[in-house]
Design a protein around this ligand. Structure first.
Ligand SMILES: C[S@@+](CC[C@H](N)C(=O)[O-])C[C@H]1O[C@@H](n2cnc3c(N)ncnc32)[C@H](O)[C@@H]1O
Length: 197
């Protein structure tokens, strides 16, 4: 068995044992352990949440005093403790809905957006980065000062430009790849800490 398959099986088994809907849950857990993007009592907006593994981790992390709103263009089965909205983050303004739910600016935005992949990496990469810019537009309107953001990034020719764009808005931006990420090369995460606009 190849190392990547063994790792994937390991996380699939863990997800099943711990009641998570996706293996990706472990990526968020791992990244959050190192960087504390979300914490107890935080108000969190999640963009691209189906089937809900990250939402489950976010709900458990923020606890009773926190709040989670999770958005996807696909249907997501209810998760206790989160408000789930079926919306296209590019076409509809969810900013008003964010404010009517949280009633104030929020602490964190977490984005695991992936387009429908075509198999042509440059096309998929460009589309994924464009989704991240749409998410960043929402972020600019809803994130409180000193807030944190996590972006999944399909790595390619526009990644550095997106990284530099974020660097102007945050105290610190870190580029990383968690162990739980099964793809050997293509998927990165940008951890953005301390928003200053
Ligand atoms: C990798 S999945 C998210 C997995 C999730 N983090 C989990 O742990 O279960 C990426 C999601 O982004 C969503 N997505 C892509 N484009 C979108 C858009 N324009 N608006 C809303 N959601 C979108 C897809 O529907 C897909 O469910």
């Amino acid at each position: 068995m190849k190392l990547i398959d063994a790792r994937r099986d390991h996380y699939r088994k863990l997800a099943h044992e711990q009641g998570f809907r996706s293996r990706s849950a472990f990526k968020l857990k791992e990244l959050n352990k190192s960087y504390r993007i979300i914490g107890s009592g935080f108000y969190v907006l999640e963009l691209g949440c189906a089937p809900g593994g990250w939402t489950q981790v976010a709900v458990r992390t923020v606890g009773n005093k926190g709040k989670v709103m999770a958005v996807d263009s696909s249907y997501v089965e209810e998760i206790s403790g989160a408000l789930i909205l079926k919306r296209n983050i590019e076409n509809e303004s969810i900013v008003d809905e964010v404010f009517s739910y949280f009633r104030k600016k929020i602490n964190s935005v977490i984005c695991d957006l992936s387009p429908q992949v075509t198999g042509n990496w440059s096309v998929d990469h460009a589309k994924q980065i464009s989704l991240n810019y749409s998410a960043a537009k929402i972020m600019d309107q809803v994130l409180a000062e000193k807030g944190n953001v996590l972006f999944k990034v399909f790595d390619g020719q526009y990644s550095q430009e997106f990284f530099d764009y974020l660097k102007k808005k945050f105290f610190k931006v870190i580029r990383t790849k968690p162990k739980a990420s099964r793809k050997p090369s293509s998927e990165l995460y940008f951890i953005c800490l301390g928003y200053h606009g």
